[in-house]
Design a protein around this ligand. Structure first.
Ligand SMILES: Nc1ncnc2c1ncn2[C@@H]1O[C@H](COP(=O)(O)OP(=O)(O)OP(=O)(O)O)[C@@H](O)[C@H]1O
Ligand SMILES: O=C(O)C1=C[C@@H](O)[C@@H](O)[C@H](O)C1
Ligand SMILES: [Mg+2]
Length: 174
């Protein structure tokens, strides 16, 4: 059995898209922490945050990280998973961590094309392009700190998957 692979990065970077493709390529299971929370609470992120607030959501998110962690599993994490130092350490200690990095403009374009406002509440109340810029400025160092490997997520999905496989085989060889 192999260590779990955690995909981290801001909303729209491709954690679900790339995670599903990678799980097929490696014949691993695929889990998603936001999805896990939705299933276990029967509420969307927006509903949870409205009912309980962000602090409780972040605590639930940390619990879901531990709940979905298993060998031979690709784990798509919520965009804010890296905010807690304990989550960054947990992922680094228990698996391989990949940061899917793309500029805020690319993320905003993707999220505008596929808005999920009913699911994912705004974090800043600002327009999406500005919000994604703010988020990357605040979090880039945390994604970098948590990740074993950084991958350019602007490339076509199949290329992103290839680069992750390459990074992981280099990691295993070293
Ligand atoms: N490498 C890519 N190139 C072009 N489009 C992409 C790429 N990766 C993802 N997309 C598109 O961007 C959108 C967001 O992707 P996806 O849902 O996988 O991101 P995510 O990181 O899981 O977002 P969230 O954090 O909101 O769950 C989707 O419409 C997807 O098809
Ligand atoms: O970037 C964030 O802080 C978030 C991203 C989503 O995956 C959800 O976990 C939630 O909307 C918060
Ligand atoms: Mg996703």
């Amino acid at each position: 059995m192999s260590l779990p692979i955690y995909l981290i990065g801001a909303r729209g970077c491709g954690k679900t898209t790339i995670g599903q493709a990678l799980s097929q390529a490696l014949n691993y299971a695929f889990r998603d922490t936001d999805h896990h929370l939705q299933l276990t609470t029967q509420r969307s992120v927006a509903e949870l945050v409205a009912a309980e607030g962000w602090e409780r959501f972040r605590a639930r998110e940390s619990e879901s990280l531990q709940a979905v962690t298993a060998p031979s599993t690709i784990i798509a994490t919520g965009g804010g998973m890296v905010l807690a130092e304990a989550n960054r350490r947990f992922m680094r200690d228990n698996g391989q961590v990949i940061w899917l990095n793309a500029p805020s403009g690319v993320l905003a374009d993707r999220l505008t094309r596929q808005p999920e406002a009913a699911q994912r509440p705004t974090l800043t109340g600002r327009p999406i392009a500005e919000e994604m810029g703010d988020i990357l400025r605040e979090r880039a160092h945390l994604y970098r700190q948590a990740a074993h490997h950084e991958v350019n997520a602007m490339q076509p999905p199949e290329r992103v998957v290839e680069q992750i496989l390459h990074a992981l085989s280099l990691a295993r060889a070293s």
